[in-house]
Design a protein around this ligand. Structure first.
Ligand code: NAP
Ligand code: HSE
Length: 427
């Protein structure tokens, strides 16, 4: 039986979850895997802080050298978050021949090639299952189970905080800020929740999954990103009347030599496989040319689910200790991508306007859509009040850039009081 000494960088939600799993499930892991996992040292910012779990205080340090220079520690698990100092700490660990396991999607998405290169040069591994979709083993599935496929599409609910917010707004009509606060208290949100609600967190995760699926680095600079802060309860209610529910989706599609990658609030039909994913749950829908459609579902955030992915990576890293394998980007990480990126994708649109309630307005707006070849599938006028009327258009599949040009013209139309929202629809 081997004893594997692990160093932790961070001891917040994820770190505490991983610690609890090692403490509570350690003996069954020993039986099934033949290793005894031991947390040797834990780096924190504030060594005096009271911790969520009872812990031997001698394990806690605020000095990174206690981990980097500890020859007994062979694997370091990072869940501090942010780019610096996490990046420098991880690079130092790799240079000191320690394999690194991380939950830090921002760091992987931004600096993957440099970190992977450092791991390879030092003959150690870099593992990041916990960085995407919490406890769902999506990295292992894309990297180790679907290699025989050309992956055509990934569509996922990959941020637990925003899914929790949309669920509570839709089902209980609750206020955005209130629900966000609750998601923070439950440990789902990022240390800075702007990352969740503005779609950065989902963008990092989509970059990681798409890079693996398309064997070519999909940089965050190539991903269209839009957060959820502009979505109102009115949008959700009107969408539901049309048979839609709203989700923040990460979407990556490949057709021939073109790739489209985008994160935005999306209406999907109520019978769509992703429509029933509620609360902080995540789901990732993958389309491969051989396997067809598969969907992975589970807890995308939280201490124990994410801790589960961390501890799994620690065990995998130990098993691979003699032969770590890392991703090969065929475009060599920083080089030119193998594909061109398409920013003029085609989808349906839900467009909500407030207009002056007078004859001829509808015809004028329809004319502006027609000017850019945007075909209207349906128009709904809601209750008129004091000379203004809410109007909702749903388009047939239309090109993104054409719709945006039509919207720009509509905004300048004197009878249009406000373009309230433009929400893409996927089927
Ligand atoms: P968190 O609760 O805020 O914990 C961060 C931990 O890192 C704290 O223990 C903090 O120390 C420590 N830390 C931060 N900066 C440090 C520094 N400069 N030096 C030393 N220690 C430092 O965060 P979390 O929710 O666990 O998330 C951590 C990482 O996991 C992030 O990258 C996040 O994106 C990722 N992640 C989170 C979840 C989730 O459900 N929360 C799921 C998947 C991935 P103190 O305790 O002393 O302040
Ligand atoms: N803040 C992230 C979320 C944590 O809400 O999904 C999991 O990565």
């Amino acid at each position: 039986m081997f004893e594997v000494k692990v160093g932790f960088l961070g001891f917040g939600n994820v770190g505490t979850g991983a610690y609890r799993i090692i403490r509570d499930n350690g003996s069954s892991i020993t039986k099934s895997e033949g290793i005894n996992l031991k947390v040797e040292k834990i780096l924190v910012r504030n060594s005096k802080k009271k911790r969520e779990v009872e812990i031997d205080q001698s394990l806690i340090t605020d000095n990174i050298d206690d981990i980097i220079n500890n020859p007994d520690i062979s694997i370091v698990a990072e869940f501090m978050g942010g780019v610096e100092p996490a990046k420098q700490y991880i690079l130092s660990c790799l240079k000191n021949k320690k394999t690194v396991v991380t939950a830090n999607k921002e760091l992987i998405a931004r600096h993957w090639p440099e970190l992977q290169k450092a791991a390879e040069e030092n003959g150690v591994g870099l593992y990041y299952e916990a960085s995407v979709a919490g406890g769902i083993p999506v990295i292992k599935v894309i990297g180790e189970s679907l290699q025989a496929n050309n992956i055509k599409e990934i569509m996922g609910i990959i941020n637990g905080t925003t899914n929790y917010i949309f669920t509570k707004m839709s089902e209980e009509g609750r206020d955005f800020g209130d629900v966000l606060k609750e998601a923070q208290e439950l440990g789902y949100a990022e240390p800075d929740p702007t990352s969740d609600i503005e779609g950065f967190d989902a963008m990092y995760k989509l970059s990681i999954m798409a890079s693996m699926a398309f064997h070519s680095r999909v940089s965050i600079d190539n991903i269209y990103r839009e957060g959820i802060t502009k979505i109102s309860v009115d949008d959700i209610v009107y969408g539901r009347e049309l048979g839609y529910t709203i989700k923040l989706l990460g979407i990556a599609k490949r057709t021939n030599d073109k790739v489209e990658v985008r994160v935005h609030p999306t209406f999907i039909p109520l019978d769509h496989p992703l429509a029933s994913i509620r609360d902080s749950f995540n789901a990732v829908f993958i389309k491969g040319d051989a396997v067809g459609n598969i969907m992975l579902y589970g807890r995308g955030a939280g201490d124990l689910p994410t801790g589960s992915a961390i501890v799994s990576d620690i065990i995998t890293a130990w098993k691979n200790r003699d032969r770590h394998t890392g991703i090969n980007f065929y475009n060599d990480g920083d080089g030119k991508p193998n594909y061109s990126f398409n920013n003029d994708w085609e989808t349906e649109f839900f467009i909500r306007l407030t207009v002056k309630d007078k004859p001829g307005v509808l015809a004028k707006i329809a004319g502006l859509f027609g000017k850019y070849d945007v075909s209207i599938a349906s128009v709904i006028q809601k209750d008129r009040l004091k000379g203004v009327a809410p109007l909702i258009f749903v388009t047939h599949p239309a090109k993104e850039q054409s719709v945006m040009k039509a919207i720009a013209d509509i905004e300048c139309e004197s009878d249009v009081i406000k373009v309230e929202n433009v929400i893409r629809v996927e089927r």
